[in-house]
Design a protein around this ligand. Structure first.
Ligand SMILES: [Zn+2]
Length: 687
């Protein structure tokens, strides 16, 4: 999702940094509640925040193009579901079959179910107890929701009623009901299958973060009993639904029949196909199928207008309120650009469909969210074209089809792997498409995603590491500033320092190699090491995990007219005293002193500018704490600037990047002034 999802918040990125700093409530640590089940330790924050500092296996140039892309995901869990919407009660009654395969190497004696909708059941849930902010859910829940599992039967286990032994509370957090352990009467061997017949009832809350209803509009996410993912080592990656966190699941095939009142227009994950039975009177029944996905969401509203477009064979469908034609046209344009650009860069989009949902007025919290083959966007129908929020949000959510959808990293444990990488992918694409002023234009300075995220990244500082589980962030402001903005700024810095082409190639290899898999940070760092090099990988790792930072400072500069050397000289057996005299060529000599503060060692350019307009550049490897650059030339040295092209976006203080030479008026510092003013303006705009 994006902090700009709640579109009234304003510019993308600015909203990310502007989350509320409501009372900090420490996030509970997930822990294993049942000492008798010692075999599979649950993930803890301590375990999951540490990057295993082993080298990831080589990925290789095979993944620079799509030739080796697998045709399909490993099919782990299939859902065949039937759901009936009752708009009078805001309920969804569901039933169906879940077929799950034990792909781990150990026998399994329990399963874990995520009942995410119980996050909105009462104010004792982990979700509603956590600090609000980050633009969403700040208003709380006005109508509570829930999911009640009515029956759960395993065919291979003699039809055992599994609900009887289920612990309907999260271990370690007895008040939360989003994470349920279901003991099995017999073990399921590696490779064996479990077929679960399930029935449930969900009531949708008033729209709160990605799911719920507003009037007759429904965005239905996290609405069915969903199996946690079983890691290969037999550890269930289960967790309560945290406020700032998203999801993690196995791939599989979904076949979902949706029964809604006649007159409702439905959009859903996957392709629409013929239902097995005709619709009863007064009802509308649609059926949606999609393999190779790890979630299923849908929307229904009796006022949607439908728009369609074809993008290179992908059937794009936009559902929007009446009168939003201009916004829809911009969304289709964005998707046309994005599907191609992201496809070239991170591997082709493999699904035949994409549904874009533009929620109506009053349903803003449904905007700016991603599900497989279904994204939600937003913005006013009258939104001026010069303000590019519609494009920014649509492109961001589309990018999630890769970074979370196809590359299904664990969104709770490593949120920077989806939101951070996606923010970077989005900001680069947006700039390529719309130019540097992707978001706004100020006199003398175009403002884009990258500048806003850079300001947010610097504002949030480096006291906390980027690579933390979503549940460990104390406020939404920290989460937005570190996970979205700082990750994107780290990658923008690597691209500025080592070149955008190799950095993008590394991300492309990572995205293709781990399509339909669940990579870890070590895999990402491995891809960067392989393509960009050891130094870049070390800097990336330090910036993500070790709170690394950098501030280059142009400390001092000076020059003087070149003179002959003064002193005592022994010449032809005679000692002579010489005084300094101006050299015949009238040239100048001098130096500039540049320092590096902080723990990142990034190569950087240093530019010396003469009073006559001459310019000299040198590259400093950035390894020592300081360097002295000499100046010789026909003119006095006027200014020394470190990182004149502002490539090191992580530089914490750009106001000290330039220094005028001692005793001389400055050359033009329009660039530094513009940056400085922009930062002052941004700082003022952020609470
Ligand atoms: Zn996002």
């Amino acid at each position: 999702m994006t902090g700009a999802g709640r579109l009234r918040e304003g510019l993308v990125g600015l909203a990310l940094a502007a989350g509320s700093t409501a009372a900090a409530l420490a996030a509970p640590t997930p822990s294993h509640g049942d000492a008798g089940l010692a075999a599979a330790p649950a993930p803890t924050i301590e375990q999951t925040t540490t990057l295993a500092r082993t080298s990831a296996p080589p990925i290789g140039p095979t993944w620079d193009d799509d030739a080796a892309l697998p045709a399909h995901a490993d099919d782990v869990v299939d859902y065949t579901l039937h759901a009936t919407l009752d708009p009078a009660l805001h309920t969804v009654r569901g039933s169906g079959t879940i077929v799950w395969r034990n792909r781990s190497v150990v026998p399994v004696h329990e399963i874990w179910l995520h009942l995410y909708l119980n996050a909105f059941k009462n104010e004792r849930s982990v979700f509603l107890r956590e600090p609000v902010g980050f633009g969403r859910g700040g208003g709380g829940v006005s109508e509570f929701g829930y999911i009640d599992v009515k029956s759960l039967v395993a065919r291979e286990l003699d039809g055992a009623d599994l609900l009887r032994g289920a612990e309907r509370t999260s271990p370690g957090d007895p008040d939360d009901e989003t994470d349920v352990r279901v003991p099995l009467p017999r073990e399921v061997e590696p490779g064996a299958t479990l077929t679960l017949d399930v029935a449930w009832e969900s009531r949708l809350p008033s729209l709160v973060e990605r799911t719920g209803h507003a009037g007759t509009f429904y965005l239905v996410g996290q609405w069915f009993p969903k199996l946690a993912r079983l890691e290969r080592d037999g550890r269930w990656a289960h967790f309560p639904f945290h406020h700032l966190a998203e999801f993690y699941a196995d791939f599989g095939a979904y076949d979902v029949t949706l029964d809604v009142p006649a007159g409702y227009v439905v959009g859903a994950t996957g392709t629409s196909t013929a239902p097995e039975a005709p619709a009863p009177t007064g009802r509308s029944v649609t059926r949606w199928v999609q393999r190779d996905v790890h979630d299923f969401a849908w929307t229904a509203w009796d006022h949607f207008e439908q728009h369609a477009a074809d993008v290179d064979g992908v059937a794009v469908r936009v559902l929007a309120p009446p009168g939003y034609g201009a916004a829809v046209a911009r969304e289709i344009e964005t998707v046309r650009f994005g599907l191609r650009r992201f496809g070239e860069r991170f591997g082709r989009y493999p699904y035949p469909v994409l549904t874009v949902v533009h929620p109506p007025d009053g349903a803003d919290e449904a905007g700016g969210m991603e599900y497989p083959t279904l994204i939600t966007t937003g913005g006013a129908w009258w939104e001026p074209r010069s303000l590019r929020r519609i494009e920014a949000v649509t492109l961001h959510e589309l990018g999630h089809q890769w970074f979370y959808g196809l590359v299904a990293s664990d969104e709770l444990t490593h949120p920077f792997l989806d939101e951070g990488l996606n923010s970077y992918a989005e900001q680069v694409a947006l700039t390529e498409w719309l130019g540097p002023g992707t978001l706004a234009s100020l006199p003398g300075l175009e403002l884009g995603d990258a500048e806003l995220r850079r300001a947010a990244a610097v504002a949030v500082g480096h006291d906390d590491p980027v690579a933390q589980p979503a549940s460990a962030f104390v406020t939404g402001r920290d989460y937005g500033g570190l996970v979205y903005a700082r990750t994107a700024t780290i990658f923008a810095t690597l691209a500025g320092t080592y070149g955008q082409a190799p950095v993008m190639r590394a991300l492309g290899r990572y995205a293709r190699r781990f399509r339909w898999e669940h990579p870890t940070p070590a895999d990402l760092v491995g891809a960067v090491r392989e393509v960009v090099g050891e130094e870049a990988a070390a800097n990336l790792e330090a910036a993500l995990f070790d709170r690394a930072w950098v501030d280059y400072v142009a400390v001092a500069a000076t020059s003087r007219r070149r003179t002959t050397a003064a002193g005592l000289f022994d010449r032809a057996g005679k000692r002579e005293t010489a005084t300094a005299t101006k050299s015949a060529d009238g040239g100048f000599e001098g130096w500039a002193l540049i320092q590096r503060h902080g723990t990142l060692s990034l190569p950087v350019d240093i530019e010396l500018r003469g009073r006559d307009g001459s310019v000299e550049r040198v590259r400093w490897d950035g390894r020592g704490r300081s360097t002295r650059v000499t100046w010789t030339g026909p003119s006095e040295l006027a200014t020394a600037v470190v990182d004149p092209d502002a490539r090191v976006l992580l530089d914490e203080d750009r106001t000290n990047d330039a220094v005028r030479a001692a005793g001389h008026a400055p050359a033009s510092r329009a660039f530094e002034h513009a940056l400085y003013l922009a930062e002052v303006g941004l700082a003022a705009a952020m609470p």
